[in-house]
Write a protein that binds this ligand. Structure first.
Ligand code: BGC
Ligand code: CA
Length: 369
C-alpha cells in the first residue's frame, strides 16, 4: 500500500512539474507594452536615448491566477505597465517552490525589478536573498511578510498592500451596526449572536487579522457572540459553498450571521443558502465579506449580501508596478506617487466599508465606471 502511495505521489509530482514548466513558458511571455512597432516609434520620438531603459522588464508572480481578487489586481498591473514597462507575468499555481524557480528564471532573463505576490508569506526572506544577490529591487504585494518587511535584510525591498486589521475592524463595525438595527436577526431571542466564520488561508496576515478583529470589534460594541463554526475556506467560492452546506445541515436555524474573510467565499455561502431556501419568501441570512468584487456588489444591490469591505485592486496593482519602475530606474521608489511608506517600508492602501448606500465607490475602484 505504502509503495503504491509513493508511486502515486511521484507520478503526481512529475505531472505537476510538467504543468508548471508548460505554463511557465507561456506565462513568461511579456504581457505589457511589448508591441515592437510601438517600441520603435517611441524610440524615434523620444529624446531619452535607449528605449529599453525607458521600458524596463519587470518580473511578476501571482500566487495563483485562479483567485478572484488577485485577478483584478493582476489586470490593474497589466494596465499600469502599458507603455511604461514590459511585464513578465507568472502563475505560481499556489506552490512556493514553483514560484522560487520562476524568480530564478526571471533574474536570469535580466528583469530590472520584481513584483512578487508570495504563495507562502513566510518565504519573503528566501525571495529577498535572490533579489539581493542579483541587486534587483523587490516589491511584495498583497501577501505581507508577517514579521514586517523592514525585518528583511535587504535595502531594496518594499511592500504594497493594506493594513490587515483595518478590514476586520470595518467588517465588525458593519455587522455590529446592522445587528443592533435588526433585533429580529436574533432568531432564538437569547441576546447572543450565533455566527459562523469562513477564514482565508491560514498564516495569511489578512485572514488572521480579519478573523480576530471583526469579532473583537463586535464584542467591543457590547454584543454577545457565540462561534458555532470556524474553518478555512482558502479564499475560495467552491470551498465556501461546501462548508456552508455542511454547517446548514449540522446547525440549521441556529446560525444567525455569516462572517467571511473575503467575498469569494461569501459567493459560495450565498449559493449554499439559496439552495437551502434562503433569500426567497422572507427567509434571510446576513452575510458579509471583504474585497467588494463586482459579483458581491451585485448581491448587495439585490439585498442578499449585507455588505463588504473595499480592498482596492486598482491602486494596489498600479502602485506596485510604479514602484517597480521607479526603483528600476534608480529613482525614489515613491516618485510621482501620492502614497507614503510606513515604518515597516509598506505602502498601505485604505479599506472602505461598502453597503447598498455607497456601491459606486467600490465600482470605481474595480474600474466598473
Ligand atoms: C483578498 C482575498 C485574496 C487574498 C489573496 C486578500 O487580500 O481579500 O480575496 O484571496 O488576498 O492573497
Ligand atoms: Ca441568538
Amino acid at each position: 500500500m505504502k509503495k503504491i502511495m509513493g508511486l502515486l505521489l511521484t507520478t503526481l509530482l512529475v505531472m505537476s512539474l510538467f504543468v508548471g514548466c508548460g505554463s511557465k513558458e507561456k506565462d513568461a511571455e511579456p504581457t505589457g507594452g511589448n508591441d515592437s512597432n510601438q517600441s520603435s516609434s517611441e524610440k524615434d520620438q523620444g529624446n531619452k536615448g535607449d528605449n529599453s531603459a525607458d521600458k524596463p522588464k519587470v518580473g511578476v508572480t501571482i500566487y495563483k491566477f485562479d483567485d478572484n481578487f488577485m485577478t483584478y489586481t493582476r489586470n490593474a498591473m497589466t494596465s499600469a505597465a502599458e507603455g511604461n514597462a514590459e511585464l513578465v507575468m507568472n502563475d505560481s499555481q499556489n506552490n512556493q517552490s514553483v514560484q522560487n524557480d520562476q524568480v530564478d528564471v526571471m533574474i536570469n532573463k535580466g528583469v530590472k525589478a520584481l513584483v512578487i505576490n508570495l504563495v507562502d508569506p513566510g518565504a519573503a526572506p528566501t525571495i529577498a536573498d535572490k533579489a539581493k544577490a542579483a541587486d534587483i529591487p523587490l516589491i511584495f504585494v498583497n501577501k505581507e511578510y508577517p514579521e514586517g518587511t523592514d525585518k528583511i535584510d535587504y535595502d531594496k525591498v518594499w511592500y504594497v498592500g493594506t493594513q490587515s486589521k483595518e478590514s476586520g475592524d470595518i467588517q465588525g463595525k458593519l455587522v455590529a451596526e446592522a445587528w443592533k438595527a435588526h433585533p429580529e436577526w436574533d432568531r432564538n431571542g437569547d441576546g447572543v449572536m450565533q455566527y459562523v466564520m469562513l477564514m482565508g488561508e491560514p498564516g495569511h496576515p489578512d485572514a488572521e487579522a480579519r478573523t480576530k478583529y471583526s469579532v473583537e470589534y463586535i464584542k467591543d460594541e457590547g454584543i454577545r457572540v457565540e462561534e458555532l463554526e470556524k474553518q478555512t475556506g482558502m479564499w475560495d467560492a467552491t470551498k465556501g459553498k461546501e462548508l456552508m452546506t455542511t454547517w446548514l445541515g449540522k446547525e440549521g436555524d441556529k446560525i444567525e450571521m455569516v462572517l467571511c474573510n473575503n467575498d469569494g467565499m461569501a459567493l459560495g455561502v450565498v449559493e449554499a443558502l439559496k439552495a437551502d431556501g434562503y433569500f426567497s419568501d422572507g427567509k434571510y441570512m446576513p452575510v458579509v465579506g471583504v474585497d467588494a468584487i463586482p459579483e458581491a456588489l451585485d448581491l448587495i444591490q439585490q439585498d442578499i449580501m449585507l455588505g463588504t469591505v473595499l480592498n482596492d485592486p486598482l491602486n494596489q496593482g498600479r502602485v506596485s508596478i510604479e514602484m517597480a519602475i521607479n526603483s528600476a530606474a534608480g529613482k525614489d521608489v515613491l516618485d510621482g506617487l501620492d502614497f507614503s511608506l510606513d515604518e515597516t517600508k509598506a505602502v498601505r492602501i485604505p479599506y472602505q466599508p461598502i453597503t447598498k448606500d455607497n456601491l459606486d465607490l467600490a465600482k470605481k475602484a474595480y474600474g466598473m465606471e
